[in-house]
Design a protein around this ligand. Structure first.
Ligand code: HEM
Length: 162
């Protein structure tokens, strides 16, 4: 599948700059990996803590919910860094990535990760009124979040080595 013509035209000068400047390409890759460390690191640590808190009674669960509220901002900042630098790498070699199955699988997994994040946030809000149902959902979304971060990493590794 070929990329849209307007995108190819719009990205030409960026692709030249990216190919010619080691500083630019290294900087973009650094932002991508820093976003992974920040967002993925915070999310994986928080998901593990959620699974532990789900086995505990109150007030451990309430403390954990307060902690979770502080993690989403960090995860979203990391994801924004990943998305901006990822778009820059995509536009630097549009033909290659646009036609790669691994790229579209990776994008679908990222869409699932975002949707799962929304369900997780709603479960946090539900915990005040329906704790049993909310904690079942928090547990399920944490497991799915862990699986998705590692699946996205696998798709990225395949993409980078193809
Ligand atoms: C909208 C979001 C994203 C876009 C558009 C995107 C796009 C890309 C592209 C085009 C590459 C370049 C592959 C190459 O140079 O061969 C790449 C590499 C990579 N991406 Fe992403 N990405 C995104 C999000 C993520 C996320 C969420 C993760 C983490 C789970 C991730 C982890 C990686 C890794 C580890 C690499 C390989 C870096 C290397 O070559 O050493 N990306 N990404």
């Amino acid at each position: 599948m070929a990329p849209p013509e307007f995108l190819v035209d719009a990205s030409q000068s960026w692709a030249r700059l990216y190919a010619d400047s080691r500083l630019v390409s290294t900087g973009v890759m650094y932002v991508h990996l820093a976003g992974l460390l920040l967002g993925g690191g915070a999310a994986v640590a928080a998901d593990r803590e959620t699974l532990k808190a789900a086995r505990e009674p109150e007030p451990v669960r309430a403390d954990h919910l307060a902690f979770l509220g502080t993690v989403h901002g960090i995860a979203i900042t990391g994801l924004a860094m990943l998305a901006a630098s990822g778009a820059a790498m995509l536009l630097a070699d549009l033909d290659t990535f646009w036609s790669a199955n691994a790229f579209w699988i990776k994008m679908s997994l990222i869409a699932l990760l975002l949707a799962n994040g929304l369900v997780m946030r709603r479960a946090e809000q539900l915990a005040r009124t329906l704790p049993a149902r909310a904690w079942r959902r928090l547990k399920a979304t944490s497991i799915l979040s862990l699986a998705l971060w590692f699946a996205i990493l696998l798709a990225s590794t395949i993409l980078a080595s193809s």
